[in-house]
Design a protein around this ligand. Structure first.
Ligand SMILES: Nc1nc2c(ncn2[C@@H]2O[C@H](COP(=O)(O)OP(=O)(O)OP(=O)(O)O)[C@@H](O)[C@H]2O)c(=O)[nH]1
Ligand SMILES: [Mg+2]
Length: 238
């Protein structure tokens, strides 16, 4: 059976992380979970540590403070490479990404090097969002398709699955963004290298517990990063 790692970055997800890891580990797959926690004040790290004591399939990287979601993804991806997993997945720790879709993402990865859970292919949706949030996300994906390419319909989704070989080809140390912008930068690096991509439709639900961490500063940084990647695409053809 293929070895799967699911990375979950967390900052204050103490109510979500237990039920989420439980659902993930119930799949009849050779699957392990890595939580990358940024010393959450609500005690997420301690909760995960106690879960890890009961189940060796749960791993924890505890960092000193809030270093950003993108840098947590990066740290998790490095762990995945170092420990020989065949597939490395990433998902949010707030149930916005349905853990029941893991087998479908893994199936899609049989013929794709990179699978994105997508809100913007037929069957995908964001039913909970007010119009302004839809507008922002849709708008940034329209822009991303113009700037980065048409290979993906959802460049900013952080529900993902990598085949090991694709991940190993990426220069993880050279990525410049640490926050939400990293998500796009990573997908762009995959596409630029000509890897096979696939999208699985997802219904993105709002978190029912805990607080949102996205803010205007992060959105601004993501827009700036998009422009930077676009310029690179224009001037560096490789
Ligand atoms: N390790 C780490 N995880 C983070 C950080 N910021 C956010 N996260 C986690 O990244 C995932 C996505 O963040 P969310 O706060 O849900 O952001 P969002 O999904 O854009 O916003 P909402 O769904 O509206 O709450 C969640 O699991 C967060 O706990 C961070 O600085 N460090
Ligand atoms: Mg969320």
């Amino acid at each position: 059976m293929i070895k799967i790692l699911v990375i979950i970055p967390t900052f204050n997800e103490v109510e979500n992380i237990g039920p989420l890891t439980e659902k993930l580990l119930r799949h009849p797959l050779d699957l392990e979970v890595l939580v990358v926690d940024d010393n959450s004040p609500d005690g997420t790290g301690a909760r995960v540590q106690s879960l890890a004591g009961q189940d060796p399939r749960i791993h924890l990287i505890e960092r000193s403070g809030k270093l950003g979601m993108g840098s947590a993804h990066r740290e998790g991806l490095r762990f995945g490479l170092a420990h020989g997993y065949d597939r490395v997945m990433i998902m949010d720790g707030d149930f916005s990404h349905d853990p029941a879709l893991v087998p479908e993402m893994i199936r899609a990865s049989e013929t794709a090097d990179f699978v994105a859970g997508s809100r913007y292919v037929p069957g995908g949706s964001t039913p909970d969002w007010p119009w302004h949030r839809r507008f922002l996300s849709r708008g940034s994906n329209v822009l991303s398709r113009l700037v980065l390419g048409r290979q993906l319909h959802d460049w900013t989704s952080s529900y993902r699955c990598f085949r090991r070989e694709a991940l190993a080809a990426l220069p993880l140390d050279r990525f410049q963004s640490d926050g939400y912008a990293f998500v796009e930068e990573l997908a762009f690096a995959v596409v630029r290298r000509g890897f096979r991509v696939a999208e699985v439709p997802i219904t993105f639900l709002d978190r029912s517990r805990g607080q949102s961490k996205i803010n205007r500063h992060e959105v601004g940084k993501a827009v700036w990063n998009l422009l930077r990647l676009g310029l690179r695409r224009l001037f560096l053809k490789s």
